[in-house]
Design a protein around this ligand. Structure first.
Ligand code: SAM
Length: 279
């Protein structure tokens, strides 16, 4: 069993998903860990629709319309129970759903069987939270949404390195990160405290199931574009950083010629995206 504190909310939700529940019940019990929606009326169908809308939105916002999804293999880091994965299987030749929780991957297969193309799906358990067990240059796009922020900083950077390794030359990485906002002055120390509590015997596991504690403790890093680019810029080209129009998100002046920063509507002010071709 993986006992790293920042994996506990996923293990807890995964344990619920592992029970003999209907797919709609799994969404009612655990769906909020993926799209922050709660309620007794939730259904898997509506949940998958939120994923499909977000896939469409990010294809548009991140200027991915020309990417040939229909001829491509896409790897999704942090697929969860398949909220966006179903949509990707309807668009791509093949999709690899990767997640740190194996029960989520089983549910992901069931979700895709109902709403996507199961014949195009394979799954990949990221058991250690930082390496992708796939051959070099074996996919055309590596995509990740609201997942890297939940990893320890070094694991997140390792997953970026892995995303670049498994994506073919000329293929794309499309990765979502969280960076600093003013409220982090309070949220970061609270998050550290909550993750410490999660390590307590018995009570810790219970706490990691509660929404308030999960939401406080699960964002295990904030990464700035420069922090990510300093390690990986040399392996990438046509680098674009998309961020909210509501804030400035600068890159170092030494990078201003090689990196395009694109203020964009409808991106959360705490989020940014790295979209780049692998060299
Ligand atoms: C907030 S959910 C987002 C899921 C999905 N991208 C979506 O939008 O519905 C984050 C997902 O990342 C997974 N995850 C967290 N840390 C991970 C890691 N180190 N490697 C792979 N998956 C991870 C969790 O199990 C969870 O399914």
């Amino acid at each position: 069993m993986n006992l790293r504190a920042h994996h506990l909310p996923w293990n807890s939700a995964g344990n619920v998903a592992d029970n003999d529940l209907t797919a709609d019940d799994v969404v009612r019990e655990t769906g909020w860990v993926f799209n922050n929606e709660t309620g007794d009326e939730l259904t898997l169908k509506a949940f998958v629709e939120t994923g499909d809308k977000e896939v469409q939105r990010y294809i548009r916002l991140l200027q991915l319309e020309k990417f040939q999804f229909e001829n491509s293999t896409l790897l999704e880091i942090g697929s969860g129970i398949g909220r966006m994965t179903s949509s990707f299987t309807n668009r791509c030749r093949a999709v690899i759903a990767a997640d740190v929780d194996s029960a989520f991957l089983e549910r992901c297969r069931q979700t895709v069987a109902r709403f996507g193309r199961i014949d195009r799906l394979s799954t990949l358990h990221v058991a250690n939270g930082k390496t992708l067990g796939r051959a070099d240059k074996s996919v055309d796009m590596t995509f990740s949404y609201i997942t890297l922020q939940h990893c320890q900083p070094q694991d997140a950077l390792n997953l970026v390195s892995e995303a670049i390794r498994v994506t073919r030359s000329g293929g794309l990485i499309v990765l979502n990160f969280r960076t600093w906002v003013a409220s982090d002055v309070v949220l970061v120390p609270l998050g550290i405290a909550v993750r410490r509590l999660w390590k307590m015997p018995v009570l810790g596991r219970r706490l990691a199931r509660w929404r308030w504690s999960t939401r406080l403790g699960w964002q295990a890093n904030r990464l700035k574009p420069d922090t990510v680019l300093q390690d990986f810029e040399s392996q990438l080209r046509e680098i674009k950083i998309f961020h909210s129009v509501k804030r400035k998100l600068a890159v170092a002046t030494s990078r201003e010629n090689s990196v395009q920063t694109i203020p964009t509507n409808r991106i959360n002010p705490s989020h940014w995206w790295l979209v780049a071709q692998v060299s």
